[in-house]
Write a protein that binds this ligand. Sequence first.
Ligand code: GLY
Length: 505
Amino acid sequence: MKVMGVGNGAREHIIAKKLAESKYKPKVYWVGELRNPGIVKICKESGGEYEICKTTDSEKVVKHALKWGVDFVFVGPEEPNFYGVPDKCVKNGIPCIGASSKLAKIEMSKAELRRLQWKYDLKGKLLFKTFQTAEEASKYLEKYSETLTWLQNVALKPARQAGGKGVKVVDDRHIYLHDEKDRFKKQHASWLEGYMKSYSGIEDKILIEEKVWGPEYTLQCFTDGKVVKGMPLVQDNKNAHEFDIGTETGGMGSISGPGIILPFITQDEYDESLKIVDSIVKAIQNEVGERYCGIVAGQMMITEIEGPTIIEMYSRLGDPEALNVLSTLKTDLIDICYSIIDGKLSNMNIEFEDCVTVVKAIAPKGYPDFRDLAKNHPIIVDEEKIFNEGCEFYWGSADLRDDGSIITGGSRICEILCKSNRFEEASERIEKCIPYVKLGDGWGVFHRSDIGSSQLLARRMDVAERVRRLYHYRLEKGILGKRFDWLPGFGIVDPVAILKKSLWG
Ligand code: GLY
């Protein structure tokens, strides 16, 4: 058997490892934009090959798959989905684990996702408004932010998936800062308009969304378009620095377990979240008339207003979240892939080890805002010492050169994973490994020491408990998902009716 993967981060490293470990002993082939040293090694040892290729160039990716005669392709990151790599594979008779470009719109366009949720009246949605220009956004804010109170506390986002970049939350409770915050919203809308110029093929540029607050988690699922099977929940930590300080990154580390839930998310919330993700898969399939074949994930939050709520959707595994789930997956990944391809996922019993996992990413200084500074530094890693601490090592944004040296690619260098019975123990073991990853030219690296610590966990539990009390109250009163604005002189304003009117006249 021959399998081929696409992408070159730590998520793809663990996908390659799990494919190679299959009982089918496949030859593993890969295409990536950098030579990930871990994947290169897996390819070589399995008798396969690794080639550099622009992973959004569907022609080129499929050319490799045809040349190597692979049995199926597994797409790691989202951008190849957006650019139609799975579509092209299938057109050429190669099965693919990856959402087609039309289905992947649930991730690519944050506005399309929200419109879909409101059109089908699905649970877990938020109020939103989209704009093509900053001027439109500013005019709207000026006209309505006095009457629609949700516009005072908002998240301003690029309307496209942009790796977590460009999201700003403005909480306007302090009346004396109202003008400053208003100015800031308009300024950021302008910035977003400029930022979105680097993306083509999407009409909506600026997304303004109702601000919510609560514990976040990712529910990753396998789907064959007929059933959606959930994996254990994971919590990723997006901010660059300890205790959620600093710029948002692709993810600095994550935790999972014990079992399929998290200490701050209940089984009922898991079940509800799975129903929400399932409803989105059904709705998008209905919209585009295609079968969803691969991975789908809800990046979610427990909120006061809705309970489990979708913040974003992924058309792929998260990174680092993939490491938490795939490292504990007991079922053969190739069996799962074939059950997806054949539309027989409902027959699969997918099993995971019952333990906790902690993952920490190590990044070069400069990431994520100044990637040019973070690039081209020689990496020195003692993988054996990391292994001896009971941890697993996965290469991320790292480029293996012909002379055998490895240099940074500008993003997260690597991710270290530890499985245990206790978060604290797993976290401490990873901490012991941090000194084994260095840059040879003295350039600095950073990581988050708090991931998996009892302090951070206690904080998450506290937030979850407070939000849970509020949404349970709404549930009891039958007002979950309902928004009310009451304004002197106006009476009751229904922002949901206003949103629906703006969507469908
Ligand atoms: N960890 C966030 C993402 O995969 O986008």
